[in-house]
Design a protein around this ligand. Sequence first.
Ligand SMILES: Nc1ncnc2c1ncn2[C@@H]1O[C@H](COP(=O)(O)OP(=O)(O)OP(=O)(O)O)[C@@H](O)[C@H]1O
Ligand SMILES: [Mg+2]
Length: 1118
Amino acid sequence: MKWRILTSEEKMAKMEVKTSLLDNMIGVGDMVLLEPLNEDSFINNLKKRFDHNEVYTYIGSVVISINPYRSLPIYTPEKVEEYRNRNFYELSPHIFALSDEAYRSLRDQDKDQCILITGESGAGKTEASKLVMSYVAAVCGKGAEVNQVKEQLLQSNPVLEAFGNAKTVRNDNSSRFGKYMDIEFDFKGDPLGGVISNYLLEKSRVVKQPRGERNFHIFYQILSGASEDFLCKLKLERDFSRYNYLGLDSAKVNGVDDAANFRTVRNAMQIVGFMDHETQSVFEVVAAVLKLGNIEFKPESRVNGLDESKIKDKNELKEICELTGIDQSVLERAFSFRTVEAKQEKVSTTLNVAQAYYARDALAKNLYSRLFSWLVTRINESIKAQTKVRKKVMGVLDIYGFEIFEDNSFEQFIINYCNEKLQQIFIELTLKEEQEEYIREGIEWTHIEYFNNAIICDLIENNQTGILAMLDEECLRPGTVTDDTFLEKLNQVCATHQHFESRMSKCSRFLNDTSLPHSCFRIQHYAGKVMYQVEGFVDKNNDLLYRDLSQAMWKASHSLIKALFPEGNPAKINLKRPPTAGSQFKASVATLMKNLQTKNPNYIRCIKPNDKKAAHIFNDALVCHQIRYLGLLENVRVRRAGYAFRQGYEPCLERYKMLCKQTWPHWRGPARAGVEVLFNELEIPEEEFSFGRSKIFIRNPRTLFKLEDLRKQRLEDLATLIEKIYRGWKCRTRFLLMKKSQIVIASWYRRYAQQKKYQKIKSSAVIVQSYIRGWKARKLLRELKHQKRCNEAATIIAAYWHGTQARRELKRLKEEARRKHAVAVIWAYWLGLKVRREYRKFFRANAGRKIYEFTLQRIMQKYFLEMKNKMPSLSPIDKNWPARPYLFLDSTHKELKRIFHLWRCKKYRDQFTDQQKLIYEEKLEASELFKDKKALYPASVGQPFQGAYLEISKNPKYKKLKDAVDEKIIIAEVVNKINRANGKATSRIFLLTKNNVLLADQKSGNIKSEVPLGDVTKVSMSSQNDGFFAVHLKEGSGAAGKGDFLLSSDHLIEMATKLYRTTLSQTKQKLNIEISDEFLVQFRQDKVCVKFIQGSQKNGNIPTCKRKNNRLLEVAVP
Ligand SMILES: Nc1ncnc2c1ncn2[C@@H]1O[C@H](COP(=O)(O)OP(=O)(O)OP(=O)(O)O)[C@@H](O)[C@H]1O
Ligand SMILES: [Mg+2]
């Protein structure tokens, strides 16, 4: 057997658990498996799935999608990954599965694909088409260039939706145009570009919207989202109500942010590749359309009696002309006249008001629809594939859904025709595909009955008798043509048609049908009956724009508008009628159908669960109606015709192989043989299945479900088996583990126990051993001790013996030495005596004295020299003095110290000037007088004696006093004179001159008393720290009349010293200074005792003086 290395994808596939659509199904995921198959079960299945958020269900390869009307978390990137490269039936139904299938078959099998999305308005077609596109974008190639292409393709959606979608009663974002988009891929599956085709925009909406509906989104988006500046440029106002074309009753849509969408649209336009000026032009056209609606006309009678229309307010017209660059008069004329040209002849007729309004609206509609077509062309230019390589194509068709309104007009007719065609192609292709598969698989084809709507298509499009042909014929017919004539014609031609109903038809069937008004006809579409109002059919089919208007547009300087109306160019006048709207549409539908037929179709059939646009509501009747007209049941029947279910042999075997012993767990042979064995073994009746080439076909879903049940049962058995084996394995593993653990634990325990026993024996042995050793050692010790004691005793005895011996010897030796010494001394004395006697005659008697003196002299010399080096400083206050070296020099040393001190004091004094000398003399005098006597003295030592504290000569106040004293002033100071009567103090100037003591008034300077020094007998003061002093006067002298003076001064020591010195120098007598704490003073005739006592410190440090009685004056010194 050959081995090959698995690719990573295969490895992944092997690792993955194979899943199937059949797993965890809610209801049935594929309607083909529905049992029993009828409308009720069909709806119930859809409902059940819808209630469980399963909005997708298959009918074979067709996806039914129910609009959830809320965002479900099933479109995430993780989901994209989940569905990527998986088989269609592998996972639960999803639009991604269909997209993946289509994309892979395009990429891998080179088959062009088309995705046909159908359903009624609001069923979710546009959303589905976007989901398909985004899925394909997510899974196809990557790279900067590819990403740009993808981005452009995706961003074309918001642009087209803004211009082509509108809010209708059925859908807030209803597509008002059909869209078919071909996405082109290269051979690798990378997107190259795309082509968009648009079908018939519902342009009537531009000028009129049914109640509850809006105009196209873009109008509201501009007004809400554009900046003031931009609006101003477009000459627009933000207020919706300003514009006649904007239906007011639903200007705002819930949950839609027009302003934000406007930004999205602009951004998308930029991404798609619109240049700034192009975007600007587009918005200018939109603005012009909006403003056209505001032009109003009034009738004006003319001379010829006809009515002519005139524009009411030309302001709007003016602004439109400014926006579009059209000459105002040209446009104004185009709204008033109509020129008909026939065979070189031009006839101009005036327009009446109604015609003018018709012309205005026709212009607005044309302008907008042409702009829309231009946008599609412009987008196509941008997204066009840039290379010419062969392309693979995936077409996505999102066409307006089947519509039945209250009033159905030409547009609904066209839309429903298109849907009819799509249904037809659906039926054809489904059947074709089914048939092809049968042929491919070699299974016999059985005919299937189904409703073919070809007959309805024929009713509409038949070239001779079709309704569209009738309409064209009527439009081209000369003579008066009205909608009624058209209906008449229809009544004639189609009367017998099964699907045509009209009150006026020749067929009498509907003559009494009051539900069918006369102006209407009814068609039984495949999706239901629709009644069309015939009014407007002719006009809308003609789609006429007066030539004057198209010419006026062509004349615009606005390049885009000019380009939109090429037929307005007079040089290219074409008198041929343009093709009618109906025939144009028919042609484009035909092209589309042809295009679709060449591609592999994939269907998404959208269903709307309710009419309220609400989530969680499932309206059975509404859904039933859609199921009917979409022919879904038929679809299932066609799919089931013959065989309900088919599956490839390999997945089938893989899924059911566990049901048969031969195929389980591995089947070595081919898959088909395996399936055959399996089905035989299961005894499935032969008519229930057929073997195709690659698939097994199962006739009845019952058989499949039986298989599924068996599988489920078997899976449960297998699960039980696996569980059983697993449990057994788990128990055994656990048992083995426990056994192993037990052995390990036991061995460890034994080891531990033995270890402990060994430790115990060992320690016992050690103890016994130590006891024995101890005993032995102690025995040895005892012996050794005994031996030692014996040795010691011997030694001691020996020592004593030796000691005795030695002492004896020592005694003997000492005795011997003493004797020897005595001999030596005696010998020395003897020798000395002998020598002295011998040498006496040679020595002088005073030699010893000289030596003594010399030694003394040397010592003194050394002493003085040392002193010289250790001399202290010359400062008189330095107390240092070197230590005395010899005891005998003690008194000399002290004397020397005294002399040195005196000498250095003298040296110090010698430096004094005469003045300093005088000061020091005074200070010395003060010290002699007061040191240790007066407590005030120590404080005065540091104060220099200044004498003249009052500078009398400098102070002009004292000029008189100065003049009165012509001698030199020794002291001039302010003192307090104590009042003799009450002890109170008064300030006085105290002057001491060479001869006198003067007291003068401090303020005036008048002399109060003058005492010659000779009259001062004594000065008394206390020993305390106060400045009081008494000046005693000689009795009987001139000044003594009032008695002695009791004064107080801050400079008492200085004053007393100076007074003493001056008195001494003048009278040559020493002034008596008495220091005592109690002294007598003479006040007039009284002798008063002045007593100094210790006072409180109440007044600080100031002594207080009080006259106690006429004998006592008390001074309290603090
Ligand atoms: N798969 C979805 N998930 C969530 N909401 C959805 C989904 N499909 C549709 N819808 C909702 O339904 C609304 C209508 O869907 P959509 O516009 O696709 O309808 P439509 O079939 O295109 O209708 P029309 O024919 O009027 O254009 C959407 O605007 C959206 O709100
Ligand atoms: Mg749509």
